[in-house]
Each structure stands twice: as structure tokens, then as C-alpha cells.
Ligand binder design. Structure first.
Ligand code: IMP
Length: 430
């Protein structure tokens, strides 16, 4: 039996929600290990819709333990408001089923202010298009060793001291950017008001996970965003501020690398991206528009329209390699129903040379041109198919070609947002 890490293999929004929900139903413990409330997915269970940003997906199911790992950055007010909303939908959330790692870092109002001020100050093409949630500045404080952690809330004096030095730094930046500064006392008071309730969830999470491992509980590591947004392996600097690869599941939750187990890469049958930055297969024509409309490609967190394009096998193959993906879950195949022809990017052209990988330089990433292979589309619907036999032959060919190009098998194929509309080839928990 294996644990499972679920990560996105493209630029996020690959449809992790449905797969994570399906797997969390069978897990004992669900752990978030990176990112923060920049993520977002919608779960529909027994007709009730839950929009989750920071809470692990296990929270909506009885008898599961949900852990917000040390690698996550936590906006405590956003967390409390999410807990409140989900509780109102009838879910029991208490310190027995929700655990926040005591060494997770906090996102403070000043991080959001700095996030907005820097985005506003960046000119056109240099804008990152962040979610504005303060994720980047909070991670910056973490590595700069001035961050404030959940455990600091238990010690008001040290909290005040740390807050003062952190705000000194950020208020100087805000002033320089012509933005309003933030009152340190106000933030301190606000934090003191919620510290007891936040601390009631705070635990030594690595010990709880170690116990789960020893007692052979099934652990699901729930990633956010995607490999192309990884701070090392993605389209830097147009990335998020954490590592999104599966290795982060270990570091971001405090378990050994071997505990992570099977790595499932969620992969959309075409490509989308929100925010700015390189996107080699982006389509600016009617096909791009139609993919967006059919796929309902609007962000869960910010409502932004997603950019759409053909499947990029070069980027996904690279994601598979750098993130150690064992198998993929191919999602939204039904969005490709009805096209006469479908294109797949099989290589890039850079300075008249064909290359088989995405180079690191932002200049080169912006300059690569996709080399396409055209395959026949299919007229029949794949929506809701639950076996290979229900798929049109051309759709099966498309999936097989994707597997070949990314050199990785399809473990699951998702054919609609419904949980049971899934073709299971390999159970990741086995
Ligand atoms: P940040 O994570 O808010 O700093 O944003 C950095 C980049 O990551 C931007 O391009 C965002 O649009 C993108 N991003 C962050 N979270 C998600 C997500 O959950 N899905 C897709 N893109 C995301």
C-alpha cells in the first residue's frame, strides 16, 4: 500500500478538486504542503457545493484528519472565514479533525498590501498577475528569517517584537512605493484577538504524520498550483513562490521522501494558464475562445478568465521528469469533443532549431514556437464515459498519443465533473 501525492502538471487549474476528492474519500489523513489561499477548488458532495482554498479536501468528509502542513502560508483571517463558511454548510471542524502545523508561517495584511503595491508598480509585461493574496511576500519573509509562525502566537511579547521588525521592513517598502503604511499595533491587536482560536488547532504535525505512517494509515498529500508555476522548475519569474513538485510534499509536511509514495500528476487534455508569463501553445483565435467557454475556464479564486491553448506535451513531459510523476490523471477530455482536428505540441522551435524541452531563460521561454502534430478529432461525446469501450476510437488514440509523448501512463481518465465519470486504470493507493 502506498501513500499518494497529487500535484498539477501544468499551470494549475487542471481539475485537481474532483480527483483529490475521490482519493480523499479513501485516505485517512489529507495534508496540504505548499501554497496558501491562492489555490481554490470546488467540491460537490451529495449536492452540496464546497469552495475550498486553504482547508485540505478531507475536511468535508467524516472521520478524516486534515493537516495544514508547515510548507503552507496561512492567512489566519482567511482560514477562520473559510472554516466558518464550511461549518455553516454542516461540516464539523474541530481541533481533532483539523490540524495546523505549529511551524507554518502566517500571511499578514501587510503581505497583501506589498503584493498589491508591487504588482501595481510593475509595468505591463513584467506584471506577474498574482492572486493578490500576499503569498509571495509571506514566503519572502520566511526565507529572510523574519517570518511569523503559528507557534509565535503563544508568546505575545516575542510576537510584538517580531511584528515590529517585520513591519519596519515592509512599511519602508510601502512608503517607497507610495502606498499606505500599516499600523503595527492594529495588526498586533487583531492577531491577539484570534490567537487562541488559531492555537487551538496548532499541533506538532510531523509527529501526527509519523504516527499515521507507523500505523499504516493512508496519507494523501494535496498539492496546489502546478509544476509550471514551481518557483524552481516553472516559468520563472512568472510563477508562484513555493515549490509545487512532489518533493515538496515531504519537506512541506515533515515526512521522509519515501513516505510520499505514488505521485499522481493531474493533467488537463489541453492547456490553460491564468496570470501572465510564457505559454507556448496559447491560442488567440476562435478555438482558444471555444476551449475557454466549453471548459468553463474562469479562476475559482479570482474569477479571472484563463488563457487557453492546445496540449503541450513538451511542458508536461518536463513536469513529469522534474516532479517524479508516476502516472497522470487526464481531465476534461470531453472539452475536446467535436473538433475536426486537434493539435498536440510535440517539440519547440527556438532560433530555427528544434528542441525537446522548455529552456530556463525567460527570453527563450517567450521565444519558443510550438511544433504541432495534428490528429483527427471525434464527433461523438466522451462526456460521462466510464470505460474505454465507451470512448470513440479517435479519443482513445489521442490519449495513447499523449501517454507516448509524455512517456508516462494515464492512471485515471476523468470525463466529467461527476465523481463516478472516471476510467480507473491504476489505483494510486495500491
Ligand atoms: P501568487 O501565487 O498569488 O503569488 O501568483 C503567482 C502566479 O501563480 C500567478 O500567475 C497566479 O495566477 C498563479 N497562481 C497562483 N495560484 C494559482 C492556482 O491555484 N491556479 C492557477 N494559477 C495560480
Amino acid at each position: 500500500m502506498s501513500n499518494v501525492a497529487v500535484i498539477g502538471s501544468q499551470w494549475g487549474d487542471e481539475g485537481k478538486g474532483k480527483i483529490v476528492d475521490w482519493l480523499s474519500n479513501r485516505a485517512d489523513v489529507v495534508v496540504r504542503f505548499q501554497g496558501g489561499h491562492n489555490a481554490g477548488h470546488t467540491l460537490v458532495i451529495d449536492g452540496v457545493e464546497y469552495k475550498l482554498h486553504l482547508l485540505p479536501s478531507g475536511i468535508v468528509r467524516k472521520g478524516k484528519i486534515s493537516v495544514i502542513g508547515n510548507g503552507v502560508v496561512v492567512d489566519p483571517w482567511a482560514l477562520l472565514s473559510e472554516i466558518d463558511i464550511v461549518k455553516k454548510l454542516g461540516v464539523d471542524i474541530n481541533p481533532d479533525n483539523l490540524i495546523i502545523s505549529e511551524n507554518a508561517h502566517l500571511i499578514l495584511p501587510v503581505h497583501q498590501a506589498v503584493d498589491h503595491a508591487f504588482e501595481a508598480a510593475r509595468s505591463g509585461n513584467n506584471k506577474i498577475g498574482t492572486t493578490g493574496r500576499g503569498i509571495g511576500p509571506a514566503y519572502e519573509d520566511k526565507v529572510a528569517r523574519r517570518g511569523i509562525r503559528i507557534c509565535d502566537l503563544a508568546y505575545p511579547e516575542i510576537l510584538k517584537e517580531k511584528l515590529e521588525s517585520l513591519m519596519l521592513h515592509h512599511n519602508a517598502l510601502l512608503r517607497g512605493l507610495g502606498a499606505d503604511v500599516i499600523d503595527v499595533n492594529e495588526v498586533y491587536d487583531k492577531l491577539c484577538n484570534i490567537s487562541d482560536v488559531i492555537l487551538s488547532y496548532a499541533k506538532v504535525s510531523w509527529k501526527i504524520l509519523d504516527e499515521a505512517r507507523k500505523t499504516q494509515k493512508k496519507i494523501l498529500f494535496e498539492g496546489a498550483q502546478g509544476v509550471m508555476l514551481d518557483v524552481d522548475h516553472g516559468t520563472y519569474p512568472f510563477v508562484t513562490s513555493s515549490n509545487t513538485v512532489a518533493g515538496q510534499a515531504a519537506a512541506g509536511s515533515g515526512v521522509g521522501a519515501r513516505t510520499v509514495g505514488y505521485v499522481l500528476g493531474i493533467t488537463k487534455a489541453y492547456t490553460t494558464r491564468v496570470g501572465t508569463g510564457p505559454f507556448p501553445t496559447e491560442l488567440f483565435d476562435d478555438i482558444g475562445e471555444s476551449l475557454g467557454v466549453r471548459g468553463h475556464e474562469f479562476g475559482t479564486t479570482t474569477g479571472r478568465k484563463r488563457r487557453c491553448g492546445w496540449f503541450d506535451a513538451v511542458a508536461v513531459r518536463q513536469a513529469v521528469r522534474v516532479a517524479g510523476i508516476d502516472g497522470i490523471s487526464l481531465t476534461k477530455l470531453d472539452v475536446l469533443d467535436g473538433y475536426d482536428e486537434i493539435k498536440i505540441c510535440v517539440a519547440y522551435e527556438l532560433n530555427s532549431k528544434r528542441i525537446d524541452y522548455l529552456p530556463a531563460s525567460q527570453v527563450e521561454q517567450a521565444a519558443v514556437k510550438p511544433v504541432y502534430e495534428t490528429v483527427s478529432g471525434w464527433k461523438e461525446s466522451t462526456r460521462g464515459a466510464r470505460s474505454w469501450a465507451e470512448l470513440p476510437a479517435e479519443a482513445v488514440k489521442y490519449v495513447r498519443r499523449v501517454e507516448e509523448l509524455i512517456e508516462t501512463p494515464v492512471a485515471m481518465l476523468s470525463t466529467s465533473p461527476e465523481r463516478d465519470d472516471t476510467i480507473l486504470v491504476h489505483d494510486p493507493f495500491r
